[in-house]
Design a binder for this molecule. Structure first.
Ligand SMILES: *Cc1c(COP(=O)(O)O)cnc(C)c1O
Length: 419
């Protein structure tokens, strides 16, 4: 097999030279002429049954060639037979629950916390008609029942970077399929299917798109499981728009480079944050104690570019002082993003459950982008130590200088070295 970077650039593009074009065409048709209505009906029947190909797309909710290119490219990167794309990561999670649990009349889910807040809320709310038992990764076997249709796992987990041993959870799940949310690692750093995961899910909104301008989700799996997902997608209509498919496919080409570069920055920032007087605990697999199960190297090829840390001060106050880092939910974009999980992404998770799963109120999640690491560090360091410069400037008198006096320099002042 060719290397990751080569596959990222060439996947889903094998036929382009034959078509005489350099970039994939975008097919925006919502409907396709079927002059032979009998043949059209047969194609519709094939799609509805979950087929991967048929004589005509018939209608855009059944199939879209631009989206299919992205799906094939992603499956190549994950090392699975197929991938099925959706309009968002949450639509993808929903479709897996519907295909694995509801289509098979197994309405029980076992889930390992922490999970992305939306996933946690979806499973806990009962909205989909499934009941969920939460269990620690090493206790999944004890929670499995005769009607369990799915085990849900995130590793590295959102937001606190908890790591799990996928093969161990798969073994504990027995014949119940395991869904691994691989959003944080991306296929560049981890291929859960190689460790037995039945469904590998991405919020494509994050690293796969990589530029904060497209919402999508995708599930990599076997041809057989993809059939169930396509059956569900056709009737629920949770499709990805072809322009989104185009952008996600384009994003894959630079995915390895973006992830490697952002990861380098994250390793450096994690090291510096660890030991910063304004910081409590730092969570990143690169740090001592950050990989208690030893999955780095054997399952996870690198620590990734998201980290989390607790602040000594009110985390909201720290975020409010940042000037370069973008205070926003989401992750995996070109710019560094920071957010307060207890206030935002994990707000809908019961507070006691959240704390118990290792997500304290003082935790901030940082998705390191592609900026110069020194600039991101300057911003973080200044925001985490509001009084430090005062200590330097006014020895012995720091408590009397208001915090707001620092950090109010207009943009560009730093560049005017002549002054
Ligand atoms: C963002 C995210 C999701 C949800 O994806 P959307 O594209 O926002 O619907 C699911 N899982 C993880 C780990 C995420 O970070």
């Amino acid at each position: 097999m060719t290397g990751m970077r080569t596959r990222a650039v060439h996947g889903g593009r094998e036929d382009l030279a034959g078509l005489g074009v350099h970039v994939p065409p975008v097919d925006l048709s919502t409907t396709y002429p079927v002059p032979d209505q009998v043949a059209g009906g047969e194609a519709l029947q094939a799609w509805a049954g979950g087929a991967h190909t048929a004589a005509s797309p018939v209608y855009a909710r059944l199939h879209n060639p631009t989206v299919a290119r992205f799906e094939q490219a992603l499956a190549d990167l994950e090392g699975t037979e197929r991938a099925v794309a959706f309009g968002s990561g949450m639509a993808a999670v929903t479709a897996v629950v519907q295909a694995a649990c509801l289509l098979r009349d197994r309405p029980h889910v076992v889930a390992v916390r922490p999970l992305y807040g939306g996933t946690d809320h979806l499973l806990a709310s009962g909205l989909l008609g499934v009941r969920t038992t939460y269990a620690a990764a090493d206790r999944v076997d004890t929670a499995i029942r005769a009607d369990t249709g799915l085990v849900v796992l995130e590793t590295p987990a959102n937001p606190n970077l908890d790591l799990a041993d996928i093969a161990d959870v798969v073994a504990r799940a027995g014949d119940v399929p395991v869904l691994v949310d691989n959003t944080f690692a991306t296929p560049v750093l981890q291929n859960p299917a190689a460790h037995g995961a039945a469904y590998v899910l991405h919020s494509a909104t994050k690293y796969l798109g990589g530029h904060g301008d497209v919402l999508g989700g995708v599930v990599a799996c076997s041809q057989e499981r993809a059939e169930g997902l396509r059956q569900v997608r056709i009737v629920t209509g949770a499709v990805l728009h072809p322009l989104g498919g185009y952008l996600l496919h384009r994003g894959l080409a630079t995915l390895p480079l973006r992830v490697e570069a952002a990861q380098r920055g994250a390793v450096e920032l994690a090291r510096r944050l660890d030991g910063h007087p304004g910081v409590g605990a730092v969570r990143h697999p690169s740090l001592p104690g950050g990989d208690p199960l030893g999955v780095l190297g054997r399952q996870l090829r690198g620590p990734g570019a998201v980290l989390a840390f607790t602040t000594r001060e009110d985390p909201a106050a720290v975020v409010a002082r940042l000037r370069l880092v973008t205070p926003a939910v989401s992750l995996g974009s070109v710019d560094t993003l920071i957010e307060h999980p207890a206030a935002l992404t994990h707000r809908l998770v019961d507070a006691a459950d959240r704390e118990e799963s290792g997500v304290p109120r003082s935790l901030l999640r940082l998705s390191v982008g592609l900026e110069d690491v020194e600039d991101v560090w300057d911003d973080l360091d200044r925001s985490l130590s509001p009084r430090r410069v005062h200590l330097k400037s006014f020895p012995g008198d720091s408590a009397m200088v208001p915090d707001s006096g620092y950090g109010a320099k207009p943009d560009g002042v730093n560049n005017v070295t002549a002054f």
